[in-house]
Design a binder for this molecule. Structure first.
Ligand SMILES: Nc1ncnc2c1ncn2[C@@H]1O[C@H](COP(=O)(O)OP(=O)(O)O)[C@@H](O)[C@H]1O
Ligand SMILES: [Mg+2]
Length: 227
């Protein structure tokens, strides 16, 4: 699913170079559930942006679902992103003037589906996260946990090959966070590939495999054969 080799990313800020990612190589297979854990400033968001094709590395290669992303234009990357990746963010990123159903339908509009088909797929996704009875609610009429479930439904609606989550429980209380993590467990059991980014060891412990990032360098913590 994900094959990164010797990825580097630097930021230049007032004459100073920040090596945000340093020779990062990662291999993630279909169906894996991987947590990437590291402290603030370690390069997690930079890595997520590259995995999610929201940004490109300075050097190194990145293959997503068998496609070498280096050959792609910005527009092609946007298309790859829309068809292959479901994003889940800490702040939910729902549109306040749209109801739950409309929020979940949004990514489907870009896929050129019929209105009827969109509605059906969005309803299915909302039902799968237990929100079939909340489709007409706007985000501000929902609890934080429900808002995150709408965001998860939105990520699932396009039936992506990869679910990419950045601190998905960061804005939730611990009980609600647990419920969201239970949902991730189920999605993985159902075959979804999940990459979860977090600074929280307890959250990371839920994944089958953990990669640790410190100062832009990745090391395997546990998992696959080394646990
Ligand atoms: N746009 C940017 N310009 C300059 N420096 C940046 C930029 N984005 C991130 N950085 C720096 O790169 C490093 C990694 O940042 P980031 O990937 O956001 O870490 P994390 O998500 O783990 O907190 C930090 O030192 C940060 O200050
Ligand atoms: Mg970050």
């Amino acid at each position: 699913m994900i094959k990164m080799c010797d990825i580097n990313k630097c930021y230049r800020l007032s004459g100073e170079d920040i090596h945000a990612l340093n020779q990062v190589s990662i291999d993630i297979e279909d169906g894996e559930y991987v947590a990437i854990i590291g402290p603030s400033g370690s390069g997690k968001s930079t890595l997520m942006n590259i995995i999610g094709c929201l940004d490109v590395p300075d050097s190194g290669s990145y293959q997503l679902a068998g496609t070498d992303t280096r050959k792609f234009s910005g527009r092609q990357l946007a298309n790859l992103r829309n068809t292959h990746i479901g994003f889940i963010f800490q702040g939910f990123n729902l549109l306040g003037r749209l109801n739950a159903l409309e929020n979940v339908e949004l990514p489907l509009i870009y896929q050129g589906l019929s209105r009827k088909r969109r509605r059906l797929q969005a309803m299915e996704a909302l039902a799968s996260v237990g929100l079939a009875d909340r489709v007409k609610h706007r985000p501000q009429q929902l609890s934080g946990g429900q808002q995150q479930r709408v965001a998860i439904a939105r990520a699932l609606a396009t039936k992506p090959q990869l679910i990419l989550a950045d601190e998905p429980t960061g804005n939730l209380d611990s009980v609600t966070g647990e419920e969201i993590m239970d949902l991730f467990d189920r999605l993985n059991r159902e075959g979804n590939t999940i990459v979860l980014i977090t600074h929280d060891q307890d959250i990371a412990a839920r994944a089958n495999r953990r990669l640790s990032i410190v100062d832009g360098k990745i090391t395997e913590e546990t998992g696959k054969g080394s646990a």
